[in-house]
Design a protein. Structure first.
Length: 260
């Protein structure tokens, strides 16, 4: 399938673009993003292209993903830049719908880009662990023929998890934000040394997070169910954090994998 031009902004056009792929039993992959792509997104694209014949990148700044302290209007957008990155990375289709395509006027239900692309493979970053787990569980519960590929979190040189929101951080904010990964890796190190008590692992991470402006949550959850993990830890789990640094909300996590 030839790569389509990136001016693919409406649902009908996307469905038309994918019709031939589905007829030819092409394996379709979706990489959902909110734009302003970085190396983390490129890793997702690479993972999709490695497993799929057709890779769709959706670029949609979703208003429902912004918290009360976050300003949707200031979220950085640069479609031409994103389109070039996608083109250089070998993306087949860029789907960049207007908000009214996803949320029509007076809507009672809405559609997700994944539903529109009907992917057989979805590539998600580990950085949003909860999203990965929920989508994977949904695919199983609804018996959907979709493979969810989780790509390890891509980090910057100072180990801050890559995010489009990092660009909002001042130099001072960034120094504060590094407490997030320090706390997570401190807990992971303790886990590697044999600590299996959930409360103690959370407390180790929390000591480092006392400097952030607002800790929204810090939870150690089961890797499959997202329910609170129990001690002693004997199943795969994720230590997940969300915190505000200034007005910027950052998320991160580490996976704790007990050995048999």
């Amino acid at each position: 399938m030839k790569r389509r031009n990136a001016d693919n902004h409406d649902v009908a056009e996307l469905r038309s673009a994918l019709a031939d792929a589905h007829k030819a039993d092409k394996r379709v992959g979706l990489v959902p993003t909110m734009g302003y792509l970085h190396d983390g997104h490129l890793a997702l694209i690479e993972a999709s292209r490695a497993q799929c014949d057709v890779t769709v990148v959706s670029i949609f700044v979703n208003p429902i993903q912004f918290g009360p302290r976050e300003d949707l209007s200031t979220y950085r957008r640069d479609f031409q830049r994103d389109e070039k990155l996608c083109r250089d990375a070998g993306v087949t289709i860029v789907f960049a719908p207007a908000s009214q395509e996803i949320y029509p006027a007076q809507f009672e239900t809405f559609v997700e880009p994944g539903e529109l692309a009907k992917p057989l493979c979805g590539a998600f970053g580990q950085n949003d662990f909860q999203q990965c787990a929920v989508v994977r569980r949904m695919a199983i519960d609804l018996n959907l023929p979709i493979e969810i590929v989780t790509v390890p979190t891509v980090r910057e040189a100072d180990r801050l998890a890559m995010s489009s929101r990092n660009r909002y951080l001042s130099e001072e904010d960034r120094g504060q934000a590094l407490a997030i990964s320090r706390g997570l890796f401190a807990a992971a190190e303790a886990f590697g040394l044999g600590e299996r008590n959930v409360d103690k692992l959370v407390a180790i991470a929390k000591r480092h997070l006392e400097t952030v402006d607002q800790l929204q949550y810090l939870e150690l959850v089961d890797g499959d169910t997202l329910k609170p993990a129990s001690s002693p830890l004997h199943r795969p789990a994720a230590l997940c954090v969300a915190a505000y640094v200034g007005s910027t909300r950052l998320i991160d996590n580490v996976i704790l994998q007990p050995t048999p």
